[in-house]
Design a protein around this ligand. Structure first.
Ligand code: FEO
Length: 405
């Protein structure tokens, strides 16, 4: 099959995976995912990463086709996670003369994953070290914790390509497209790019900021990530999204209602708040049932919106467990710089509000709007003024900029 070209001498060897149900065995993939690899056909040949074992067959066929009888001189390993390095040991066995460019931490991880001694083949990559292969010179920049500690990126000064590892990647298969300008990114990929970022890299905002500062010093013309499309246009849009996400800035002045409701009474109160917000001119309020929506989507929505409302029943004297799971996931991903409001319900001993407040209080830069609204089984007409008061406070928070620093 004809291989797509990134440039005249750089081929795309990646593949869609439309069969995997759960990325990392946890994140649903309704639109699939790609594992990207790139082959540089310079005076010496360079392979940028391998792929997940699921795409191994097509990858090795593509590599053979791309090399067209030439030797493979180098493989550059940007990341040792098995979605990229799962076929690395097989590759090194098939191409025994190829040298391996990797960080020391990546080399140590190789030894953890595989029983093979590659020490004689490794060219250690350190911050700022380079590899020249003829026309191309690659500069290696470490990017620890974007998304694992051994990660590095490469910048090719000849083409202006940044091989960015997991950074700037997204969930979603490409269906033959290669470049972001060949797809409708805003319509079809933005939500999945956000879900990918928040869940995979979201905890590591500071390391992402460090990488963005390094990248800002380079004359980058194209970004080649390990998942999703290659970016050769509108790089500012992509980098801007990453900048905002990694600073934990709300992307939209929106309100998201996260609801954990056992029989619907808690949801009814959240719906009443949604109506009060709409009457005050707040658009695009979204309500998610936390028991029915995957937590990775909820997390991404919490990153996107400016105000989150958590409405939950008390359950076993604790927080209704799907809501507790969401809050723990938000904490694990260092979600911060937001305002939130709380609604609790309990027919005899409402306790979810106190526990949710404690959990959120253990996180950074979060501000509770108003007092927790307590339902005893169901919202009563006498509580509608409390709903209105909460809506007023949410409107006020939406119009401030203080949470966006
Ligand atoms: Fe796509 Fe962290 O691996």
């Amino acid at each position: 099959m004809a291989l797509r070209k990134v440039t005249d001498d750089i081929l795309y060897l990646g593949a869609d995976d439309n069969r995997l149900a759960l990325f990392e065995n946890v994140y649903p993939l309704p639109n699939g995912v790609t594992y990207n690899s790139y082959l540089v056909l310079d005076e010496q040949t360079v392979l940028m990463d391998t792929v997940d074992r699921a795409a191994g067959d097509i990858f090795f066929r593509s590599l053979k086709e791309g090399l067209n009888g030439r030797a493979l001189d180098y493989v550059v390993v940007h990341h040792m996670e098995p979605d990229h390095a799962g076929t690395l040991n097989d590759l090194l066995a098939l191409y025994p003369d190829a040298k391996v460019v990797m960080t020391k931490k990546a080399q140590a991880m190789f030894g953890q994953f595989f029983d093979a001694d590659i020490s004689a083949r490794v060219i250690p990559a350190a911050e700022g070290s380079t590899l020249s292969t003829g026309r191309h010179t690659f500069t290696f920049l470490t990017a620890p914790m974007v998304h694992w500690p051994e990660v590095m990126v490469s910048f090719d000064s000849e083409s202006g390509i940044l091989f960015s590892a997991d950074a700037f990647g997204t969930f979603g298969s490409l269906h033959g497209a290669l470049f972001a300008d060949e797809i409708d990114f805003e319509r079809d990929f933005l939500a999945e790019a956000r879900r990918y970022y928040c869940n995979i890299v979201g905890k590591y905002g500071t390391p992402v900021q460090t990488l963005l500062k390094k990248a800002a010093a380079l004359d980058i013309k194209t970004i080649c990530p390990l998942h999703g499309p290659v970016w050769r246009k509108d790089l500012d849009r992509l980098v801007g999204l990453y900048d905002g996400w990694s600073k934990y800035q709300p992307e939209d002045r929106d309100v998201v209602l996260f609801v954990g409701s056992v029989y619907g009474h808690t949801e009814e109160a959240a719906q009443a708040l949604g109506k009060a917000l709409a009457e005050r001119g707040v658009k695009n309020v979204r309500l998610y049932d936390v028991a029915k929506t995957h937590v990775s989507t909820l997390l991404a929505e919490a990153f996107r919106a400016k105000v989150a409302v958590f409405a939950a029943s008390t359950y076993n004297n604790g927080i209704f467990t799907p809501m507790e799971g969401l809050l723990l996931d938000l904490k694990a991903h260092d979600w911060q710089k937001r305002s939130f409001a709380l609604i609790e319900n309990g027919s005899w001993a409402p306790n979810a509000g106190k526990l949710m407040a404690e959990l959120l209080g253990s996180m950074k830069n979060l501000t509770q709007l108003g007092p927790t609204l307590t339902l005893k089984s169901a919202l009563k007409p006498a509580q509608l003024p409390d709903i209105d008061a909460l809506a007023d406070q949410i409107c006020a928070a939406l119009s401030t900029d203080e949470a966006e620093g």
